[in-house]
Design a protein around this ligand. Sequence first.
Ligand code: WQD
Length: 342
Amino acid sequence: MQQKIILVTGGAGYIGSHTCVALAQAGYRPLLFDNFSNSDPSVIERLTQLIGPSLLVLRGDIRDLATLKEIFQTYPCYAVIHLAGVKAVGESVAKPLDYYDINVTGSLVLLKAMKQAGVSRLVFSSSAAVYGEKTIPPFQEQALLDPINPYGRSKLMIEKIINDLYHANTLQSVLSLRYFNPIGAHPSGFIGETPTGTPNNLLPYLMQVAAGIRKKLFIFGNDYPTADGTAVRDYIHVMDLAQGHVLALQKTEQREGCWTFNLGRGRGSSVLEVIDAFEQASGQNIPYEVIQRRPGDVAASWADPTAAQQQLGWSATYNLEMMCAHSWHWQCHLDSLKVQRK
Ligand code: WQD
């Protein structure tokens, strides 16, 4: 049977590459589309080793309507998994225009191309950042949506846009997946997170401290109203997250509809707890220094994943220790894989 082609925007990125592997394993044919602004082209060779020659790769920007129209004219895409975007909370506070241009304008251009091509199934990479700080975790999908940074606001805008397109019958199946904090790496060590420049997120920075690339971790505040004063997040293995996309796609094969799901483990871990788990996993000591809070951060965020469990049949399978172990396994392979970091 002909494999269904799935356009994965941002497919060379951290979530995208792992999602392409999960899609291939589930019998779909991923069409990876990326501008490689936050990913190293060497990932393609390593992805091909995991997926095989069926992987389709196209380089481009989601704001380029002509390129997107050409893609849809060339490939009969069954659905789009839209991951391309920028996603650092602190950076979004400093560069809001970039975040709205890339995330929102980029999504609008993609949606126009989809409409013109009659592609009407969409799985969208949303974020727990849409909940903000007025809601007490665990967050349910119906909780108050009040993002406190441009990154979260851009994601909420796109959720509302695609929901409107569903109600206007432009899209027949829409699933917004609200990621909590994706970490970890594919167990093979072939793919993982390779941020360019100084990592914004906790785990890649932590990995580089453990590898001796950076001297110490800076903890952004220990005066939050949490058990140990450091901020709490719901860390979810990237392969668990990738599997959530496969199940979301399978949902579109069962029926039309418009859904929003939290993809999180349903439990929070503080920065200090993550450091401890990473030290256990890597056997490395992690020096750190507490500095001031980072603008745009919330104290605590973790999911109520009940809806995804009941309606997608999805649940997280890896614990924090395994996530840290896979992250460290990837970090140890990075140098041997000669993955350039700009
Ligand atoms: C986690 C915690 C920091 C770095 C991220 C992505 C966003 C979204 C959710 C998908 C916070 C602290 C961090 C450091 C630190 N993912 N920290 N020192 O901000 O929760 O959001 O996941 O949609 O894309 O931005 O994750 O890893 O940046 O921070 O103390 O050097 O670690 O303050 O409490 P965040 P993060």
